[in-house]
Each structure stands twice: as C-alpha cells, then as structure tokens.
Ligand binder design. Structure first.
Ligand SMILES: Cc1ncc(C[n+]2csc(CCOP(=O)(O)OP(=O)(O)O)c2C)c(N)n1
Ligand SMILES: [Mg+2]
Length: 629
C-alpha cells in the first residue's frame, strides 16, 4: 500500500471544516459567520460533499468499493461531525429506489454512492425509476482513472474513454469529473437537473479513481445553489380566452390528469368544477380529486376503469394536464376516440404538443390552471349536465363492479389447493387499513400495481406512490428505506407481489439496520400473474411465468433479527388481524397473504382499454393510423 504521509493532517483539516459547518448550523451560515473561509483547499471528494451541502444534500445511500473509498472517508468524517448522514445498503438497485422514494415522498434530495463498474451499473439500472417518474436524485459512481495507465478493474473493457459517462448521459444528465476544478460546472448542471420544475431526473457524477483525492481550491461562495425558478404561464390572455371558449362550447369535456398534477390538487379541482369537466386519473395521480367527488371518474388507460375509459372515449374536448401520454395512460394513442380538440397544459414543449389539434398552454400546472379557470364564464357548465350525469352513472357501474370483487368469498386456488382471497379483495382490505392508520401506500409492479391503482380511494395526492413510470419490480419494499432517512418519516405500507418482493428482499436487513417503521404485504399468488394474464389473454396459454417452489415468507422474514413476520391466513378477518398486529410493531413488519390467481371473474378487476403489445399490435396500430389526434 502507498503511504500518504500527510493523511492525518488532511483529515484534521477536513474535520475542522466539518465541525465548523455543524456548529454554524449549515454551510451557508458557516460562510456568513466566517467560520469557514471562502476559499478552501481540499480534495475533489470533499469538494463534492461541500458542493452538495450548498444544494441541501446531506443524505447518502452507499455501497462502497475500491471505486469510492476516498469519498467514503470524507463521508465518515463529515458524519462523525454531524454534517452528513450515510446509510449502507445491500443492493444498489434497492438503494437507488430508496433514494428515489426519499425525494418523491419527502422532497429531500439524496445522493447514491457506488463503486465503479458492477455497483454503478446496478444503481444505474435502478435510476430508471427516478428518470421515468421525474424524480431528481444524485448518483455518484466511481469511474476509470484519467491517466489511462491501463485498464482499470471493472471499467468497460474497451479502448475507449468516458464510456460510463456516455451510458449515464443516455438515461439522464451526467458529468465526468476529469478535472477537479470542473466541480462548479458539474454541480451547476446537476442542480438544474435534479431540481428541474417539470422534467427532473437523475444526475450522474462520475468520479475517476484518481481525481477523487486530487487537490483543488474551492470557492464555497461560488458553488452553485439550488436554483429558484418562478412559475411560468403564457403571457397574454389570448390563449386562455380561446381555451375558455372551446370549453364553454363543448358539451362533453374530460380532463386527463397525469402524474404531473400531483400536488396541484386544488388547482385541478377548481378547473374541473368551473369547466364542468370530469377528471380521468392516471396511475400516478390518484387523489388529485377526492375519490367521492362526482367528477372523479377514476383511472383511465390500458388497464383503466369502466368510468375512466368511458369518459376518455366519449369526450369531445380533452384537457390534458401534466401527462406525457404513456401507452398505459392514453391506450397507446387511441384512448380519445371522439375527441375533436385538445387543450394541453404542460411545462414541456414536446409533451404539450403531443396531440394534433392542440391548443397548447405551456407552463406550470398550478399557474396555468388558475388562469384558465379565471377565464371561464360562469355559463361554461350550463350545457354539460347530461354529460356529467352519464359519467356519474358509469362511475356507479364501476363502483358496483368493484364492490362485487371486494365482497367475494375466498376462491378455490390451484397452487394453494384451497380457497384464497382474490387479489382485489385482499388489496382493498390493506388499502383501507392504510387509510385508517394514515399510512402512505407504495405499490410494486404487476397485478398488484394494476389492481392497486384501480382500487385505491384517495382524497389527495401523496397517499399513494405507484411507480408506474418504470413499473420496476422491487421498488415498493426498497422505497420503505426512505423512511429511515427522512426528517419526518410517515408510516408506509409496501404492496408487493411474490415476484416483486424476491427482486429486492434486501430491505429485510437494511430496514432493520437503519430503523424503518413500516410494513411489507406480500400478495403471494405463486406466480408473476400480470404476465400470465397477458399471455393467456393474447395467446391462450401461460408460459414460464410460475414455478413450483413454495416459499414460506414468514420464516424467511423472521430469519432476520428484528423483523416481525406474520401469516395473514386465508380470509378477510385473519388478514385484518394480521395487519393490526403488524402495524403495532415498532419496526419492520412483513405480512404474507396467499391470494387467488386464475380465470375466476371475481379474482381480477379487468382491463378496459387498448394496448399496443403482443398480438394486439396490428389492430391498435391500425386504429392509431386512422385517428386524427
Ligand atoms: C425488474 C422487472 N423485471 C421484469 C418486469 C416485467 N414484469 C412486470 S409485472 C411482472 C410480474 C410481477 O409479478 P408479481 O410481483 O408476483 O405480481 P403479480 O402480477 O403476480 O401480482 C413482470 C415480470 C418488471 N416490471 N420489472
Ligand atoms: Mg405474483
């Protein structure tokens, strides 16, 4: 090993700075008081920690390796002085999910730290969830040395430079810190990426092994702050007046509230009421209108609902808000069969112009909705009574349809060789319980997710987190770890399929180690049922989407000291009891609930839209070509 003779002196100076920052109550206060000098001589690794502090990043999720030991040493000292917090994890995909959840659920910006190569590639894979859902997080990966003295272990084995930087730049935005002094530029770009008002996403800092310990002089005052951008809306009233006239004229108006409407509940509700429009929700926007609001038609799209898809198909004027027209949301482009015109509200020009015949209202959803609402005449709702009544009738139909499934007795199941609750009935019980105890809900992929967004009855956004952007199996249990880092943690319940849970069971250990209070409910149908369902619907036969291995999840979870694990039995009563006991436990609980899977009509909630996949493509695509939007 090479000796660094002045290591202790370096560490001592680092510790002094960290202590001064902690005492002052933050880096800005420390600077203002002169507790730390403006110009600091440090290493790039420390410069990154200081720079991220300026942007409010104090929490790190890490799996260290030879590609990140230098940064790790800085984080050790800064943590000892009470400035930053680092939690160690067991799987980089899970860690990336937890970071996404910390920003998404709590608004806190974390940084993920990995080694070079495999660890980085796993975190990179996990970052698809933050990219897909527009969640800003920092990812810091070790990278190959800039001297090019030979291959570095775990680099991409090619005679080319900057490959990790190129890969990550495809997913989000990325910066290879080839030169320590480039830190300022890198962090300025990072600040905008992770705080982008409508297209936030992951920002990757690639840290070459040899530049991490390299010295530089950092100007703390010049390190980029978190950008503060005002809300934007069209400047003139003309577009609003045109939009208001379109709305007033149309007899059947529907709002499609995409994931971007999260947090804009009041603005969307006021617009819907003033416009006499019904609102069709996306998986990620449940609650933007209260569940029982007569103009809330529930979710619409490829999976959808009776009422949501009815409103989509029948509206003559569509108001799209904060939606990027994902196949699941707009039925692969053919969901709005009767729409003659579109009003689109979105900050992103590409999204706002997605459909033809569009009156674009680009800008912040809250600001634009408020202006449009103000432009509407009181008479705008006058011609819409028949439409609203018809939609309410469809909503009632959907409610009856769901009720029959919620009330269904356990159904005889082949894998369990006995009757088990249908997944809709079981999810409803757990969702109701979560509401009762004020818990947030996280939904994993598969039927659990699809049934979940068809079932939840939220009255505001922020009670359900369904990772519908990437539908990444393993997201929900991993997301619980965010509560271990959050300033104000909220009890959360992860709804997981058996397939999804086994993608990332690491939470059992990480959750105990870092003190998560929360619950994982495993809806075990002994298969990857969402895909079985698609196979059967498309080709009539299942193929390799199940196996014959029974897993006792209670014993598996209980093998980890500190986890409370319980079997939920096979009926509603025993499930409710298991949930209550699990919730009372002051730590991480796992509830294993066997559920029915199969063709019984009360065992699922159906699909109400179209989807451009498998052997449906030909028909969907023909319809898409023929439609004008
Ligand atoms: C990491 C990952 N791999 C594969 C998929 C494709 N996929 C989507 S749902 C699903 C099955 C989910 O099974 P399970 O979690 O048991 O839920 P179920 O559908 O049985 O309720 C698969 C394989 C995915 N979304 N994510
Ligand atoms: Mg399953």
């Amino acid at each position: 090993m090479l000796e660094r003779p002045n290591e202790t002196e370096l560490s001592a100076r680092m510790r002094e700075r960290a202590r001064a920052i902690a005492r002052a109550g933050g880096i800005d206060a420390a600077l203002a008081k002169g507790a730390v000098p403006k110009l600091v001589d440090c290493t790039l690794s420390e410069g990154i920690v200081l720079g991220l502090l300026k942007q409010g990043v104090r929490k790190y999720l890490a799996i260290f390796g030879h590609g990140s030991t230098d940064l790790g040493e800085v984080l050790r000292i800064y943590e000892e002085e009470g400035v930053t917090r680092t939690i160690n994890c067991r799987n980089e995909v899970a860690m990336a999910h937890a970071a996404t959840a910390l920003r998404w659920q709590y608004g806190e910006i974390p940084a993920v730290v990995t080694s070079i190569g495999p660890g980085a590639m796993q975190a990179f894979a996990g970052s698809l969830a933050s990219a897909s859902n527009g969640v800003g997080v920092y990812h810091i990966y070790g990278d190959e040395t800039t001297f090019g003295e030979g291959y570095n272990m775990q680099q991409v084995p090619k005679e080319e430079q900057g490959l990790f930087g190129r890969m990550t730049a495809v997913m989000g935005r990325s910066y290879v810190l080839h030169t320590p002094q480039a830190l300022r530029d890198a962090l300025r770009r990072g600040a905008l990426t992770v705080n982008h008002p409508y297209r936030a996403g992951p920002f990757y800092l690639l840290l070459p092994l040899n530049t991490q310990p390299a010295p530089l002089t950092v100007n703390l005052a010049a390190l980029p702050e978190r950008p503060a951008l005002p809300e934007l809306a069209p400047a003139s009233n003309e577009a609003f007046d045109q939009a208001a006239a379109l709305i007033a004229r149309a007899a059947r108006v529907a709002i499609k509230a995409g994931g971007g409407t999260r947090g804009h509940d009041a603005a969307v509700r006021r617009l819907a009421e003033a416009a006499g429009a019904v609102a069709v929700l996306s998986p990620g926007s449940t609650g933007v209108l209260p569940d029982a609001h007569p103009q809330n038609m529930h979710v619409g799209g490829s999976k959808g609902s009776i009422s949501g898809n009815h409103a989509m198909a029948q509206c003559e004027l569509l108001i799209v808000i904060g939606s990027r027209a994902v196949c699941q949301a707009d039925c692969s482009g053919i969901g709005y069969k009767a729409a003659q015109a579109v009003i689109n509200i979105n900050g992103d020009f590409a999204d706002v112009a997605h459909y033809n015949r569009t009156l674009a209202l680009p800008g912040d959803i809250g600001a634009v909705c408020a202006r449009l609402t103000a432009a509407l005449p009181a008479s705008a709702t006058a011609n819409k009574r028949a439409w609203l009544d018809a939609c309410v009738a469809k909503k009632n139909e959907w409610a009856d349809y769901k009720r029959a499934r919620f009330a269904a007795e356990p159904i005889r199941d082949e894998a369990w060789q006995r009757p088990a609750l249908g997944q809709p009935a079981a999810i409803k019980i757990v969702a109701d319980f979560a509401k009762e105890v004020g818990a947030a809900k996280f939904f994993d992929a598969g039927d659990v997710q699809a049934n979940g967004f068809q079932i939840v009855e939220d009255d505001r956004t922020g009670d359900t987190f369904t990772e519908a952007g990437a539908s990444y199996m393993g997201f929900a249990p991993s997301a619980l770890l965010a509560s271990a880092l959050a300033e104000n943690p909220r009890y959360s319940v992860a709804f997981c399929g058996d397939g999804s849970f086994m993608m990332n069971p690491q939470i059992l250990i990480d959750g105990v180690e870092h003190g998560v209070r929360g619950m994982i409910v495993i809806f075990d149908n002994r298969r990857m049922a969402a895909i079985t369902g698609l196979q059967v619907a498309q080709y009539g036969r299942p193929f390799r989407t199940s196996d014959g291995v029974a897993v006792d999840y209670v014993r598996m979870a209980a093998a980890v000291a500190g986890v409370h694990a319980a079997h939920a039995g096979f009926d509603a009563g025993s499930l409710r009891q298991a949930l209550r006991t699990a919730h009372a436990y002051k730590g991480l609980s796992v509830v294993h609930i066997p559920v029915y899977s199969g063709p019984h009509e009360l065992g699922g909630l159906g699909a109400w839209g179209e989807w451009n996949v498998g052997n449906w493509c030909e028909e969907v695509q023909r319809t898409w070509i023929e439609q004008d939007l």
